[in-house]
Design a binder for this molecule. Sequence first.
Ligand code: DLL
Length: 432
Amino acid sequence: MSSYYQEKIERASRDEMRALQDERIVKQVQHVYKNVAPYREKMKEKGVEPGDIKSIDDLGKLPFTTKDDLRDGYPYGYLAMPLADCVRIQSTSGTTGKRVVAFYTQHDIDLWEDCCARSIVAVGGTKDDVVHVSYGYGLFTGGPGLNGGSHKVGSLTLPMSSGLTERQIQFMTDLGSTILCCTPSYAAMMAETIHAEGLIDDIKLKAGIFGAEAWSEEMRRDIEKNLRIKAYDIYGLTETTGPGVSYECSEQTGMHVNEDHFYPEIIDPDTLELLPEDSKGEIVFTNLTKEAFPLMRYRTRDITRLTRKECSCGRTLVKMAKPMGRSDDMLIIRGVNVFPSQIEAVLLGQGYQANYVIIVDRVNHTDTFEVQVEMPEHIFSDEVRKIEKSEGELLLAMRSVLGISPKVRLVAPRSIPRSEGKAVRVIDKRKI
Ligand code: DLL
């Protein structure tokens, strides 16, 4: 593959990139200090002034930002531009408590779409392609991000959103979609349906851009075989923009970070110490260019590593490995963020105790999600019908809080192992 969307950046020398980052961080720190009260206060607490940040080397002087900080600032606490200059909001997928709302100016949308365009070009996309976007549209960033990137490349864009699989496949065959953008789980499901309907020879797909959740190399191989495509990873998070923070190239060995916009650091999540290149740790991002909602040293909780090993695609942007899990307890099940604490809250609210275990697995590339709950004595019953009714009630309560449905199984009192140390509430059998 020989084409780049923004070659000067994607293939910049180390010195050129460094100079750009140095210039941008100085301006960005002045911007947030002036316009975002929580940043100003936290910097004052640490005794740091904007003038102390003269280059990227000084970044370590700045405090970290966490999701809780953003929640505390909901909705406008971290807004750095007048609302009148903002043209869009997007939001994280958490369904309870306060969501994080991210704001964008037109400039922010432009840079975000550039990042997604880089990713489309990196998989071989051109204006002759038909880009089929089956990420959700709306507050979720997947659909809007890839949609905008596809426009920038000049490809024909199909804003399908997710769901209605039969219709997806009909459009795919009728309109000759060549690049599919969706979660890897949904790609696997579409592949199954395409084969069940005997339509594989009618599909013209050549590549897929799959992200928003962790997926294994094994899953990549299956999808590539079943859809007869090359499958590429893409990473991002709402807080920093959305998809396109990093993207995979023809080498398929990790994702190039768009480090002209998102400066990455790897830290030890326990000691918060900065770790050297190639170490595994939590990735932290600083927005170097975003105007409306610029994050400084944002702790993603995603565990990965960074490498500057030369890439055969010719890009010089630092590469991050596939995220290997999260340093907090958030589960991503079928693309939806689920916290064990949400499940616990439902159980307690329904008269159960916190004796439960969450079992997540991946069967045929689709997440399975079961919650086993101990029946308290007063609900304990030998009558299957009564137990099923209670399970049904719990399922409804959980669905309305989580936004997805677990399989709920009531088990006998005291049958879930107790722990003297930290309780193990989550059994995640997914090998990703
Ligand atoms: O998932 C943005 C996105 C949309 C990325 C479409 C890629 C494609 P959030 O809903 O805010 O944003 O979730 C962000 O999802 O912190 C990771 O834990 C996880 N994640 C995103 N991409 C990947 C990936 C979008 N490629 C959270 N591999 C992040 C593993 C991923 N995990």
